[in-house]
Design a protein around this ligand. Structure first.
Ligand code: ADP
Length: 738
């Protein structure tokens, strides 16, 4: 064989089913099906039969009978072959115990293309292994989870064949593998958790593993025995043979690990190679055919148990995801805010998948759970997602390959699963999975050894080299998203969107109701205030008439005085309500408003109405506004009146009015140094008729700020205030500058 230069991928091209050699712990004779003549024979037949193999070539198979101890055989070889042909299988015949001289052997018959393969190997087992296998199988099946099952299988196989190390390899995505269970002698370095690249087990070897469920390499240092034949250019297909010699690359690999014998059992699930039970021994060790068959049976039982348990575990995951969906639905129905419902409880959006981090981007807010990138990185990712995918769901397990900024946080998010909640608002949930390598837990040290080519040009292949190659292959990738996870995310998306729609509908209905109520209230207030004014005017007029009458005494005068004050108050209240109703009802007329003149007018009016001898009114920078002048007069009258009223008890009341520009808004500020407002009632101050406790002995109706708020709403503006008790209040009005 030529020298190989790099790695195990060379094996992909190697015709391993026709190696032209057998392992020399046994020997092989191939019999041509059409003639019953010996057409191939391994050279080491000489050693076992003490007869030159080339002399046996082209002879009838019956010549073999003379080497076999007649006391130990009921049939001759030809009869055995015929029996197999009639039964269409040699399974019931193999292994057939015979003796050559006084040495016990098994004859194992299988078929190749044009020949039958007769393999002779030593019989070494002295006891009945059958009962042991039964016990091993039932002990293994005690394992309730896939992990326990695998561990049990490794233990039972170790007991059965007594090798130094038993590993269970599982094939992962892309043909990579992982050691998922291990039983070993205590002094050996653990391989549990080790990952290796797909190239470690070449494709055609995998195919053979499916056809041939066990393979033994009894001694890596023992020379193989060449097969000789008279058939030119027709190599013998040893696919079904058990003595088949192994690829020198594989032998080298084992030697590099210090392994002397290796045995592997295929694990097949749903017709595919699920994994291998790989057994290593650090000294040569042959395993008797029956023990190999026993191990094969354990492998088969394990395979079907795995299928069942895996299904069970998958359905457990699905059940768990469904439970999460139910719990989140309950939260959504109960909680006022969607973001709280999805992130504030023990069960939250992180439980929708097996991700290690999740983020909810909703209503301009970012909520995160678990390991996630920074907010800036999340925003950048969300923008990219918006521009690059129109689908409601997007997922990848190699994010940084398509979105390079993600390289920075590949240890947190090499995999993302994003589900869009609203395209327009770019609202979404993203789940994150870390780079796979970060989650690997190999007890061995992948960095310990440097790799040097060996004398024959092979790189010294070893578990470390495998790990290194695997690490490069899986660089920047996370574990894949499972179909169950994607289904779970779709389910949650459905639930959230229907909840959002439901809430939006509720709000729309409420809005309509509110709108109607507003209109009714406006009409009502307007009518009633209007209608009340006439009788009130009569009360006032008649009270004044009576008051003019000289014959009434002092106490009657006093009472009439009270009637008049009451009527005035009532008149004022009615006017205020009428004003409020007008703001809602009347059309808005935008015009350029000269603020200097408007404020002069307002101040004159306020000064006339209130005693302002103490108060200082300061006008700072003013900026003209675009708005409804009448309504603006109302706004400033109310705010300045409040400033004057609620600072009337301090020594030097001061009310300042000024304006400034902030972004696309003009802000007016009305500041006083009066009694202030208790911030606990912040949100209630603008409510109709709401008056604070500290303002009770100052005249007022609780209508003014409600008017201010409505005017600002009609101008698409905003109003808010800052206040501190006994220090003063500042009211802000923000008008859009367009
Ligand atoms: P009114 O002044 O007629 O009571 P408003 O609607 O104008 O009604 O104000 C509502 C309440 O807010 C007032 O009763 C008062 O308690 C509080 N308030 C308003 N402006 C001020 C202010 N500048 N300083 C202190 N409290 C104020």
């Amino acid at each position: 064989m030529n020298k190989f230069s790099v790695d195990l991928t060379n094996c992909d091209k190697e015709p391993i089913h026709i190696p032209g050699k057998v392992q020399s712990h046994g020997f092989l004779i191939a019999v041509e099906q059409s003639t019953y003549n010996i057409s191939y024979i391994s050279e080491n037949a000489l050693f076992f039969l003490k007869s030159a193999p080339e002399d046996l070539l082209e002879k009838s198979v019956s010549i073999i009978n003379k080497f076999i101890n007649p006391q130990a055989i009921e049939f001759d070889i030809e009869d055995l072959l015929k029996l197999g042909i009639v039964r269409k299988s040699f399974d019931a015949i193999s292994p057939y115990p015979i003796k050559i001289g006084d040495k016990p052997f098994y004859l194992i018959i299988s078929s190749s293309q044009n020949e039958w393969l007769l393999e002779f190997e030593p019989l070494t087992l002295q006891y009945d292994i059958q009962s042991l296998i039964g016990r091993a199988a039932s002990a293994m099946l005690q394992g309730k989870t896939v992990t326990a099952l695998l561990q049990g299988a490794a233990l039972e196989v170790k007991k059965l064949i007594n090798y130094d190390r038993i590993m269970i390899y599982k094939f992962l995505d892309g043909g990579h593998g992982e050691v998922v269970a291990e039983e070993k002698e205590p002094d050996l370095e653990p391989f549990f958790g080790l990952h290796y690249p797909a190239s470690d087990i070449p494709q055609q070897a995998r195919e053979l593993y499916k056809l041939n469920l066990t393979r033994l390499i009894a001694d890596v240092n023992k020379e193989d025995s060449p097969i000789i034949t008279f058939k030119e250019n027709q190599p013998l297909d040893l696919t079904n043979g058990s003595l088949r010699a192994v690829s020198p690359i594989h032998i080298q690999y084992l030697k590099n690990m210090g392994v002397h014998s290796s045995f592997s059992i295929s694990l097949i699930s749903q017709g595919e190679l699920w994994g291998l039970i790989a057994c290593h021994n650090y000294s040569p060790k042959f395993i008797d055919y029956k023990a190999r068959e026993g191990s094969k049976l354990i492998g088969q039982i394990l395979s079907s148990a795995l299928e069942y348990r895996q299904d069970e575990e998958n359905s457990e995951i699905v059940t768990q995801f469904k439970n999460t969906a139910n719990i989140l639905t309950a939260h959504l129905n109960r909680d006022k805010y969607l973001a709280d419902a999805l992130t504030d409880h023990d069960v939250n959006i992180l439980d929708v998948t097996t991700a290690t981090g999740a983020v909810l981007i909703f209503e301009n807010e970012i909520r995160t759970i678990g390991a996630v990138p920074t907010n800036d990185e999340i925003n950048e990712l969300a923008e990219w997602l918006k521009s690059s995918s129109d689908e409601s769901i997007f997922y990848t397990h190699r994010l940084s390959e398509i979105f390079s900024p993600a390289k920075r946080y590949k240890n947190i998010a090499s995999g993302i699963l994003a589900c869009s909640l609203s395209k327009e608002l770019n609202e979404m949930i993203i789940w994150f999975k870390p780079e796979q390598i970060a989650t690997v837990n190999w007890a061995g040290n992948p960095d310990k050894e440097t790799l040097k080519p060996t004398a024959d040009g092979l790189l010294s292949l070893s578990p470390r080299k495998s790990f290194e190659i695997w690490s490069q292959v899986v660089n920047n990738t996370s574990q894949k998203w499972l179909p169950e996870e994607i289904a779970s995310v779709l389910r949650i998306r459905e639930i959230i969107i229907s909840n959002v729609n439901k809430k939006a509908n509720e709000i729309r209905l409420l809005n309509e109701k509110l709108q109607n109520a507003y209109e009714e209230l406006d009409t009502f207030s307007y009518t009633i205030s209007h209608d009340l004014r006439t009788p009130l005017t009569s009360i006032k007029t008649y009270a004044e008439l009576i008051l003019r009458n000289k014959s009434i005494d002092e106490s009657a005068k006093k009472m009439l005085g009270r009637i008049l004050t009451g009527a005035d108050k009532m008149n004022f209240l009615i006017k205020e309500i009428l004003n409020l109703a007008r703001v809602g009802r009347s059309d808005i007329h935008f015009e350029n408003v000269d603020m200097q003149s408007l404020l002069n007018e307002v101040i004159a009016e306020v000064s006339a109405a209130y005693k302002m001898d103490k108060a200082e009114l300061v006008l700072g920078q003013l900026i003209d506004l675009k708005g409804d002048r009448t309504m603006l007069v109302q706004v400033f009258t109310n705010l300045i009146t409040n400033g004057v009223k609620y600072s009337s008890k301090v020594d030097k009341p001061k009310i300042e009015i000024s304006a400034y520009i902030d972004g696309d808004e003009t802000i007016y500020r009305v500041k006083d140094n009066g009694m202030g407002i208790d911030n606990r009632y912040y949100n209630r101050v603008f409510e109709l008729f709401k008056r604070m406790d500290n303002a009770k002995d100052i005249e007022g109706t609780g209508v003014g700020l409600a008017i201010v708020k409505r005017v600002m709403e009609r101008h698409n503006g905003r109003v808010w205030f800052e206040s501190e008790l006994n220090i003063g209040s500042t009211f802000y009005l923000a008008f859009k500058n367009k």
